[in-house]
Design a protein. Structure first.
Length: 330
C-alpha cells in the first residue's frame, strides 16, 4: 500500500506541474490587459501616467514571457505565497479563504441531502421496479435531471421571492445574509442563513439527486441479476434482506468511488448559480477573476481545484479497496 501511495503521489505531482504550466500559459495568452481592466473599473476621473502603468507592469511581472513568470510564480507557491491579487490588492490566499466558507455551506448541505435522499429513492425504485409508482418517480427524476439549474433558479426566484412576497413562504431573492444580519441574535442569524440557503441549495441538489437515484437503481438492477442473489432467494431469504444485505452492499463499490470524485465539487462552487443568487463563493470569485484578468487569483483557484481533483481520484481508489476486499494495492 505504501509503495502504491508513493507512486500515485509522484504521478500526481508531475500531473499537477503539467496542469499548472499549461493553464498559466493559457491564462497569460487571454486577450486583455489586467492593468487596463483595473484602470477602467476606477472610472474616468482616475489619472494614471504611462510611466506609472509601465512601473506597475514591471512590478507585477507582466512584461516577462509567460514561461518565465510561471517559474517565478511556482517558486513563490512552493514557499506558500500565492501572490497578490491584481484587482483587489490583497493576498490571494486570504481572498480564497474568505470564499471557502460560503461555498462549503452550499456544497456540503447539497451533498448531504443528495446522499440522504438518493439512496432510499434508488432502493425504493429498485424494489418497485416496473410498478406505476416507480415509473412515476423515474419520470419525475428524468424531468428534474433535464431541467437546467439556472432555469430552475430563475423560476424559483420568481415564485418564492416575487409571487409569494409578503407571505410566510417568501424567500430571499439573493445574497447570503440580510442587511440587518449583524444586529440579529445568534439564533436569528442561523435562521437568516437558513432562509437564504434554501433556494441555492435546492438548485444545487435536485439535478444530482436525480442522477444519483438513477445511478443507485441501475447498479441494483445489475446486481440482483447475479447468481448469488438467485441463490439467496432460493434459500428463502426475504426480498428486503436480499435487497439491503446482499445487493445494496455490492452497489456501494461504484457509489463510494463517486464520493471520492465529488471532492473537487465541494470547493469549486457553481459559477452560474452563485452569480444568479449573488452568493459570495468560489464560483463567483472565479468568474470575477476571469473578467478582471486577475492572473494570481486565477492560478490560486486553478491550483486548488487541480489538487482537489487529484486527491479525489486517489481517495476514490483507496475507498474502492476498502469496500471491495478483492482489491489490494500491494
Amino acid at each position: 500500500m505504501l509503495d502504491y501511495l508513493i507512486r500515485r503521489l509522484l504521478l500526481g505531482l508531475g500531473t499537477l506541474l503539467l496542469i499548472t504550466f499549461v493553464v498559466y500559459g493559457l491564462i497569460r495568452l487571454m486577450p486583455g490587459d489586467p492593468l487596463l481592466v483595473a484602470l477602467e473599473s476606477m472610472g474616468p476621473d482616475a489619472q494614471t501616467s504611462n510611466e506609472d502603468i509601465e512601473r506597475m507592469r514591471e512590478m507585477f511581472g507582466l512584461n516577462d514571457p509567460w514561461y518565465v513568470a510561471y517559474f517565478r510564480w511556482l517558486g513563490k507557491t512552493l514557499t506558500g505565497d500565492l501572490g497578490t491579487s491584481l484587482s483587489r490588492n490583497a493576498p490571494v490566499a486570504d481572498i480564497i479563504a474568505r470564499r471557502v466558507g460560503p461555498t462549503l455551506l452550499l456544497s456540503v448541505s447539497s451533498l448531504t441531502l443528495t446522499y440522504l435522499l438518493s439512496i432510499p429513492m434508488g432502493l425504493y425504485a429498485s424494489a418497485r421496479a416496473n410498478k406505476p409508482d416507480e415509473r412515476a418517480l423515474s419520470t419525475v427524476l428524468y424531468m428534474l435531471y433535464s431541467l437546467p439549474s439556472f432555469v430552475a433558479a430563475l423560476l424559483l426566484q420568481m415564485l418564492f421571492a416575487i409571487k409569494l412576497q409578503g407571505t410566510p413562504l417568501e424567500l430571499p431573492l439573493f445574497g447570503m445574509t440580510s442587511d440587518n444580519f449583524e444586529r440579529l441574535s445568534p439564533l436569528a442569524q442561523v435562521g437568516d442563513l437558513f432562509w437564504h440557503c434554501v433556494l441555492p441549495v435546492t438548485c444545487y441538489t435536485y439535478g444530482s439527486l436525480a442522477y444519483y437515484s438513477r445511478f443507485v437503481r441501475a447498479n441494483l438492477q445489475e446486481v440482483i441479476r447475479q447468481d448469488y442473489i438467485r441463490t439467496a432467494r432460493a434459500k428463502g431469504v426475504g426480498p428486503r434482506a436480499v435487497l439491503l444485505r446482499h445487493a445494496f452492499r455490492n452497489t456501494l463499490i461504484p457509489l463510494v468511488t463517486m464520493i471520492g470524485l465529488t471532492l473537487p465539487t465541494l470547493l469549486s462552487g457553481s459559477i452560474i448559480l452563485e452569480q444568479i443568487f449573488s452568493w459570495p463563493g468560489m464560483g463567483k470569485l472565479f468568474f470575477e477573476s476571469i473578467a478582471e484578468r486577475d492572473y494570481p487569483t486565477l492560478m490560486g483557484l486553478m491550483l486548488l481545484f487541480s489538487v482537489l481533483t487529484l486527491l479525489g481520484q486517489l481517495l476514490a481508489d483507496l475507498l474502492y479497496a476498502v469496500v471491495d476486499p478483492r482489491v489490494a494495492y500491494s
